[in-house]
Design a protein around this ligand. Structure first.
Ligand SMILES: CC(C)(COP(=O)(O)OP(=O)(O)OC[C@H]1O[C@@H](n2cnc3c(N)ncnc32)[C@H](O)[C@@H]1O)[C@@H](O)C(=O)NCCC(=O)NCCS
Ligand SMILES: Nc1ncnc2c1ncn2[C@@H]1O[C@H](COP(=O)(O)OP(=O)(O)OP(=O)(O)O)[C@@H](O)[C@H]1O
Length: 232
């Protein structure tokens, strides 16, 4: 099994691409989904966040007000780093558990949807392939404003909190351009899936090599012992 790191910019179309991979039966782990789970009121990260950001970031039902927390962290890099330092280690731990699950289930590859894969730089080394979901800056801005109901300035602040997409483009092994329509994106995903399916699984090859060497070595020892016995 190997890992594929899928990333992009805010609202560049990661979830759209992931949906196609899921329709193809691929295993996907979504860091945004995990980030929501680890801040539920019964989780240790919840207490820490309330302690650091105050009760005013809570909704009436005591859950975290994501809109409010978002407006705080996207206008202050210090606050953003503080939140990241609480949530990211927990996301990584939960991801590792899910990777194990898919390994046991025998999946050929697992896609990790990690928006900040290139920014944090911690997980990149474990990826056999990295995929960037790109879209042109104008589409990214207008899609983000429309989806989240943000002003131009608010949307730009969120985009600027991440590495520019053109820079990420240089770091990625594969690029899916989601600037066009859904169908064009879907076709690119189908092509990439076929490529990944063909890609050699070095972990499996290494296991096969070790098994072969062990068996051949064992047989050699056995025959050597037999011939020494008959000789004496
Ligand atoms: C700030 C929060 C509460 C806003 O929640 P909201 O539901 O509005 O957005 P959602 O979680 O769906 O994230 C949307 C996108 O925002 C971007 N984003 C989220 N957090 C960050 C961050 N810390 N830095 C830069 N971009 C971020 C990503 O592109 C992500 O895909 C939430 O994003 C959060 O808890 N962020 C910190 C955890 C994190 O880093 N998540 C990204 C996964 S690595
Ligand atoms: N090819 C497309 N054409 C038109 N709209 C699109 C296209 N792809 C995605 N969108 C829209 O753009 C918005 C962002 O897409 P999506 O949610 O897939 O991005 P994302 O990268 O997962 O976002 P986030 O960073 O917030 O997790 C959504 O409202 C989606 O419906």
């Amino acid at each position: 099994m190997f890992l594929v790191g899928l990333t992009g910019g805010i609202a560049s179309g990661k979830s759209t691409v992931v949906t196609v991979f899921q329709e193809l039966g691929c295993a996907v782990i979504d860091a945004d989904v995990i980030a929501r789970q680890v801040v539920q009121p019964n989780e240790p990260a919840y207490q820490l966040i309330v302690q650091k950001f105050g009760n005013e970031i809570l909704l009436e039902n005591d859950e975290i007000n994501r809109e409010k927390l978002g407006s705080i962290i996207f206008s202050s890099s210090e606050k953003r780093q503080l939140l990241n330092s609480i949530i990211h280690p927990r996301i990584q731990k939960a991801m590792l558990k899910q990777i194990m699950k898919y390994f046991v289930l025998g999946y050929r590859y697992v896609i990790l949807d990690i928006p900040l894969l290139f920014e944090t730089n911690k997980l990149k080394r474990f990826m056999k392939h990295t995929v960037l979901v790109y879209c042109d800056p104008q589409s990214q801005l207008s899609r983000l404003m429309r989806r989240n109901g943000l002003s131009k300035a608010e949307a730009e602040a969120r985009i600027l909190s991440q590495l520019p997409l053109d820079e990420k483009r240089r770091l990625a092994d594969h690029v899916i351009d989601n600037s066009g329509d859904w169908e064009s994106t879907r076709l690119q995903v189908l092509k990439l899936h076929a490529k990944l399916e063909e890609s050699l699984d070095f972990l499996l090859l290494r296991l096969a090599a070790v098994t072969t060497l062990t068996v051949v070595g064992g047989l050699l020892c056995f025959f050597l012992r037999q011939s020494l016995r008959s000789f004496f």
